[in-house]
Design a protein around this ligand. Structure first.
Ligand code: DLL
Length: 433
């Protein structure tokens, strides 16, 4: 179902004309209001006036996550704080997370695009939307919430966790749509089974799942175990939050990226060359309607390709293929974004251990697990068991404090972790995608 017939079916030339107009306006604005962009553009020898076609976009410099950290917290905002009505931040980092701010109009556009996304996923105002994305600094909860309200559906603001209660509400309130991560939906399916509830007896019919990588195999399992249609939704806090792109229920193949608000490009992550439609590479997004924190050529690090062929649903916005990975080492563990370097900094702040470690990420049942294997030095190794236990508890507590995730710590003898001659293999990800 279309939510906004006019914009969702704009002919290609009209989308591109709108994109160019909005891009030019955004460039003028960021150069006038954000010193970072003014400097970057002048270093690159380009002014907003030089951008006369969409092809000229490739002449502009990229924006990186590091740029957001360097300008923490508000340095990239394009409006004064009194025009910002909401602040979110990316999960998984303390110290310097990436911070984003929304004006009233940004929140309005986000709600609109999420409503559009819900409609594309085949949901309507008649649905009871059980929103199990986390509410808080993470964009999932509030992003889906505002969109579900804009759609006119009945939204249950569940947030994450407390699976027993989720199951009770789901049965008693007649939830027909669930919004959560794919892994949590599998966990719920398992929990329902264990408590003897037949998912087919529930009203549940659609899952709008995202915030972490998943696969066609996992989709099949979710659809089978919960008796629902599972729809892939993509987004990132830097660009807006959930609702940047979503699959339509008609095709369930490729995620329509809302091109009247975002311009996608695919680049080779090494050479930074723009690749033609259809080729795999890193997704780069330019926002063209955002007021609070517009981003120019933001490198998402997500790997995908653009599907330019028309879609059976009639929407004219191009599609992104399901994300197949990342071009950096960021891991997503139970929905939390984790960089191995963050764990490394915890390890290195603790006495008695060597700078050799390995992170083993796995999946037990449907939940991600993290084991941190770290070498202790000779002196520590000869300590009594109790001391070693204290040490491993100290490490796991420090990781929990920093990242909010529980992990298992295994202290190993000196020189047992394989040394490598090239890049160290710090991460072993055994989760099957
Ligand atoms: O995860 C926003 C979101 C919330 C999207 C709810 C969908 C649903 P961040 O916490 O900033 O924002 O994490 C963004 O998560 O760059 C991807 O690497 C990954 N990601 C998000 N959606 C998908 C997806 C939210 N459908 C990062 N498939 C992104 C694969 C995804 N990866």
């Amino acid at each position: 179902m279309l939510w906004n017939d006019e914009f969702e079916t704009l002919p290609r030339e009209a989308i591109e004309a709108l994109q160019l107009k909005r891009l030019q306006h955004t460039l003028e604005r960021v150069c006038a209001t954000v010193p970072f962009y003014k400097k970057r553009f002048s270093e690159a020898g380009i002014t907003p006036g030089d951008v006369r076609s969409l092809d000229d976009l490739r002449r502009l410099p990229f924006t990186l996550k590091q740029d957001m950290r360097d300008n923490y917290p508000y340095g990239l905002f394009a409006v004064p704080l009194d025009q910002i009505v909401r602040i979110h931040a990316s999960s998984g980092t303390t110290g310097k997370p990436t911070v984003v701010g929304y004006t009233k109009r940004d929140i309005d556009n986000w709600a609109e695009l999420m409503a559009r996304s819900f409609a594309a996923a085949g949901t309507t105002r008649g649905d009871v939307i059980h929103n199990a994305y986390g509410y808080g600094l993470f964009t999932g909860g509030l992003g889906a919430h505002y969109g579900a309200e804009r759609l006119g559906a009945s939204v249950i603001p569940m947030s994450g966790g407390n699976t027993q209660k989720q199951m009770m509400i789901m049965q008693d309130f007649g939830s027909s749509v669930i919004t959560c991560t794919p892994s949590y939906s599998l966990y719920l399916a398992e929990a329902l089974k264990e408590s003897g509830v037949d998912p087919n007896a529930l009203k549940l019919r659609v899952g709008i799942l995202g915030a972490e990588p998943w696969s066609e195999e996992i989709r099949a399992e979710i659809e089978r175990n919960l008796g629902i249609k599972a729809i892939d939704i993509y987004g990132l806090s830097e660009i807006m939050g959930p609702g940047v792109a979503i699959e339509c229920i008609e095709a369930q193949h490729g995620l329509h990226i809302w091109e009247d608000h975002f311009i996608p490009e695919i680049i080779d992550p090494d050479t930074e060359e723009v690749l033609p439609d259809g080729e795999h590479g890193e997704l780069v997004i330019t926002t063209i309607t955002k007021e609070g924190i517009p981003l120019i050529r933001y490198r998402t690090r997500d790997i995908t390709r653009i599907i330019a062929e028309p879609c059976i649903c009639g929407r004219t916005h191009r599609r992104l293929e399901r994300m197949s990975g990342r071009s950096d080492d960021m891991l997503i563990i139970r929905g939390v974004n984790v960089f191995p370097s963050q764990i490394e900094s915890v390890l290195f702040s603790i006495d008695g251990i060597e700078p050799h470690y390995q992170l083993i990420v796995d999946r037990e049942g449907t939940l991600d697990t993290l084991e941190v294997q770290v070498e202790v030095n000779e002196k520590t190794f000869s300590d009594e068991i109790k001391k070693l236990q204290e040490l491993s508890q100290k490490i796991s507590r420090a990781i929990k404090d920093l990242l909010g995730i529980t992990c298992k710590v295994r202290l190993v003898e000196p020189k047992t972790i394989a040394r490598s001659e090239g890049k160290a293999q710090r991460v072993i990800d055994r989760r099957q995608q």
